[in-house]
Design a protein around this ligand. Sequence first.
Ligand code: ATR
Length: 285
Amino acid sequence: MDKRDKDQRRAFVIGDPISHSRSPLIHRHWLEAASLDGSYDPVAVTASDLPAFVSALKDGSSGFCGGNVTLPHKEAILELADEADVTAREIGAANTVWLENGRLMATNTDSHGFSANLDETAPGWDKGKSAIVLGAGGACRAIVHALLARGFSSVAIANRTEARARVLADRFGPRVSPHGIESLQELVSGADLFVNTTSLGMGGTEAPLLDFTVMAEGALVTDIVYVPLETPLLAMAKRQGVATADGLGMLLHQAVPGFEKWFGLRPQVTPELRQLLIADMETHT
Ligand code: ATR
């Protein structure tokens, strides 16, 4: 190993599968923009290989200083880390790990990514009181966490399988209520914020027809799905003259804290980076 290799900070993104991840594009752009001698690489790790990967990370033999953790490891990594912060514990999943004095630390930056994206693209989005979240999958938990942290007093989760929404409501307490998807239009009436966390309307599935014009004045409709950038639900809201925000910025902003932990610099989410991702989405959908 020459000196350059020894000093180079190396980060990873692990998952199974991992080839579709757009995180390398983001972190490599920031490494290059800051002229840093670091690396960020995708590594395919199966569930059964995860404990060995984490052991090698902790004892230093892998040479990595940390990285991102994606499906299906976001929950398992919580158990393997030495310390998970309060955000990761509340969400019940982590997506970012780093070594600190030989200990493996874990956090979840999805909640920050969601809020930071709306802070940038829809300032004032958190002035409302009531929010509706469509879907109750893994991604939903970080959104509910973000909404509660920003002071929403009522968060309604509507899901096809109501039992999954109920599990989340139990987890997050009295400000969160579970509903079946058939109550969606009723819930939309008077709400300040609508967040889609499902892939409904894409790949041949039908998006529910909703009248967003009955939302509160100044309401916002947003989506955490960003392929395509304008999802069927965002297109519907736009046609109805309701303000919208797409989900690409969440992907970009959730990457910021990890990069800072591994490489020591807080990177910027710039229009240039956003364009880079859009160009990539156009060539590899
Ligand atoms: P993730 O954990 O990545 O968010 P997921 O667990 O597959 O992904 O969750 C996807 C979400 O989209 C779920 O809320 C799912 O509803 P169910 O819990 O009932 O499965 C929702 N979803 C996916 N396809 C759907 C469809 N055709 N109609 C209604 N909801 C759908």
